[in-house]
Design a protein around this ligand. Structure first.
Ligand SMILES: Cc1cc2nc3c(=O)[nH]c(=O)nc-3n(C[C@H](O)[C@H](O)[C@H](O)COP(=O)(O)O)c2cc1C
Length: 474
């Protein structure tokens, strides 16, 4: 298939961390639609899969195809455990990301992003994409290169306004140095911080040819779409227009004239994107958020969209990274009635609203939250701030409260904050073990579960990505 001018009708949305893994994206791509892997925390995910022994050998098979084998060897030496670690032993964490990324970090980012795309593309010629979040900045530049080295077809980015990324893709495709300005919580006139990344510094010798992937911005308003077209550093190939019912992080509500009642939906008419205005920008677009039905697909096409992006319907299928136990618990709840999903305004350290499914034994259960001792040892969602000494600091609203306050953070911001880094790794069976405690999962979904009764039988509680695609195209 010539993937350069291909626009799929269905995009399987990127779902972090590790929910849309290479198995899911490959399965979707094999059935003629766009499979998207999540690019979030792939370095930690690779390190943990290796510590579980990489029992089917897929990680090492993909790693053996990475062009710089000295980097691969170092990762294997650091993390691979033949046969897997003892269950009670904790995972060894990767080093923290900082403004000046260490060689170990860059190596892990290049290789882990390469591996996920390599495996998602293996054995077919359909298109595969990768999804990143604008709010997670430190790993972005090496991650993009790693995915491009494996021939990623699409890069999708949400969770902010990714103005710098289209131009970055242009430069990386030519092996040119790139940079990224950090979004600082308390910016001052004197200090601005920029990450620099020279691909040739890390990848010496004969350089493989790279293709610039298409770039799709995940946006929630026509204003942001227009800003991207006018001000982005390079060409924006299209948009995913996601409404506030979608899973994962949502755009914050725009200020409404009427204050919502406590507990009521904070979104109003102003949050509905103007599709006609987006269409007028002349780029392909896909509608997302409660679009998982054949009717919604037809409706999207009738509005001039290229198709739909869907998440939740794929999050619960066989191939996704969520553990089978959590999938079954969620699907059973759906068959028994409407599951409880809340848009939590305080949980995510990014400051963005985050949808949480209320499942027993997870961070959707207040008792589980109350029992968890705060630990911040992954740090993907830390925000940047300028310290009293004028240096760059890192803090997270979900770290121990005293630590956050010591770093100048306001105590109110810690209220209700949840450690999504540890929680999301728990959701895919890679939760940290701490003595007799295993980090609980957190499950995010969208608000629409109407697909469940069409796809799922109560005796088996399972379906495949192909079943989901066949249903959407029916
Ligand atoms: C488990 C889960 C994780 C998600 N993670 C991300 C993410 O990391 N980045 C992103 O841009 N969107 C993320 N999303 C949003 C999806 O890509 C998709 O746009 C959304 O789920 C569409 O709405 P739907 O769930 O009603 O189909 C996530 C959604 C789910 C269900």
């Amino acid at each position: 298939m010539n993937t350069s001018d291909y626009f799929p009708e269905i995009i399987q949305g990127g779902m972090g961390a590790g929910v849309s893994n290479w198995k899911l994206a490959k399965s979707v791509a094999c059935h003629g639609q766009l499979g998207v892997v999540s690019g979030t925390a792939l370095d930690s995910i690779l390190a943990r899969r290796l510590q579980l022994g990489d029992l089917d050998g897929s990680m090492r098979r993909a790693m053996s195809q990475f062009p710089w084998q000295d980097i691969v060897q170092k990762i294997l030496d650091d993390y691979f455990i033949e046969g897997g670690k003892e269950p009670h032993m904790p995972f060894k964490n990767i080093p923290w990301h900082e403004l000046e990324l260490s060689a170990a970090n860059v190596g892990l980012l290049l290789v882990s992003n390469f591996v996920e795309i390599f495996l998602a593309k293996e054995g077919h010629d359909g298109p595969v994409g990768i999804n990143y979040l604008e709010k997670i900045q430190l790993p972005t530049l090496p991650s993009l290169l790693g995915a491009m080295l494996a021939g990623v077809t699409y890069v999708l980015m949400g969770g902010g306004i990714p103005l710098a990324i289209p131009g970055t893709l242009d430069s990386l495709a030519k092996w040119e140095p790139v940079q990224l300005s950090l979004h600082v919580d308390n910016p001052t006139d004197e200090s601005s911080y920029t990450m620099h990344f020279d691909p040739k510094q890390w990848c010496p010798g004969p350089l493989p040819e790279l293709t610039r992937p298409k770039f799709l911005a995940v946006i929630s308003s026509d204003i942001v779409a227009k800003t991207m077209v006018r001000k982005a550093s390079g060409y924006v190939d299209g948009f995913v227009v996601e409404d506030h019912t979608a899973g994962g992080h949502n755009a914050p509500p725009r200020r409404s004239d009427v204050q919502p009642a406590p507990g009521a939906c904070p979104y109003g008419a102003k949050d509905v994107p103007d599709i006609a205005k987006i269409k007028n920008l002349g780029r392909p677009f896909w509608l997302a958020g409660s679009c998982a039905s054949p009717e919604r697909l037809k409706d999207a096409l009738a509005q001039g969209a290229a198709g739909i992006q869907v998440g939740t319907i794929f999050a619960f299928c066989e191939e996704s990274g969520i553990t089978p136990e959590l999938k079954q618990q969620a699907l059973r709840k759906c068959l028994e009635g409407t599951p409880d999903v809340c848009t939590n305004m305080n949980a995510s350290p990014t400051g963005y609203p985050f949808k949480i499914l209320q499942l027993e034994g997870t961070l959707g259960d207040p008792a589980v939250v109350a029992a968890r001792k705060r630990v911040c040892d992954l740090g993907f969602l830390r925000q940047f701030y300028i310290t009293d000494e004028g240096k760059l600091g890192y803090r997270c609203t979900a770290e121990p409260e005293a630590l956050f306050v010591k770093k100048g953070g306001k105590i109110e911001k810690t209220e209700g904050a949840l450690c999504l880094c540890n929680g999301l790794l728990g959701t895919i069976g890679l939760g940290q073990t701490r003595k007799d405690y295993v980090e609980p999962a957190v499950v995010t979904t969208g608000e629409d579960f109407a697909f469940v009764e069409k796809l799922v039988k109560s005796d088996t509680l399972t379906y495949t990505a192909k079943d989901a695609i066949d249903y959407l195209k029916s």
